[in-house]
Design a protein around this ligand. Sequence first.
Ligand code: PXP
Length: 252
Amino acid sequence: MSAAVPFRPLRLGVNLDHVATLRQVRGTEYPDVLDAARLCLGAGAHGITVHLREDRRHIQDADVFRLKAELDAPLNLEMANAPGIVQVALQVRPAEVCLVPERRQELTTEGGLDVARQETALRPTIEALSDAGIEVSLFIEADARQLEAAARLGAPVVELHTGAYCDAAGEREAAAELKRLIEGARRAHALGLQVNAGHGLNTDNLPPVLRVPHLDTLNIGHSLVARSVFVGLDSAVREMLDAMALYEGGEP
Ligand code: PXP
């Protein structure tokens, strides 16, 4: 193995959308997203992520304002490039905004944002968010065309979509998707971009992802909330952090 490269331990952003899902399906006040966020941070998570969808199916505007006001940790707001949502982001001023594609009928975010085709629409949003002091991340497929467009747009961070790897039909497909993530991370790093990753990750499919170089943060939600049904949120987050601690960092 090559000489150790100094690196910051891999960070975990916990996505709490599905804590809100549980609340919204019954129109109750519980479970409280802020309490869940505090638990995750107490267990060692580095940040909290929520997706304010245009249909407000889980996270509500009030959740985002409350999390920003009450938490002493970075808040990452996932959102579509839609004028009403951009206005909310500019009011909340989270530490980070991750721009994602959004279709009303989808169960969850499908595929990465096609930044290569949407440069004109994305540029003013990225500028407005950046001018407000918000770090902008783009949720994209690990493809050269998308990465180069992200760099041209001046976004400092990309989040590589791990969904195709996680949903791969067999070992061959998973290996091909993993290779794509590794090459994408190398290219992103060479372009000066911070590399995050997420979507569909759990403690079973995570170990091979730890071969992807230059990773800064993983954003993980559904599997953690699902696991918390059995072991509680604190243990679910700790299990994930233990699995992530095997990460050995970047390449020279
Ligand atoms: N990152 C992004 C950009 C997402 O849209 C999502 C899903 O909201 C996640 C990470 C988390 O995905 P999962 O809930 O499958 O862990």
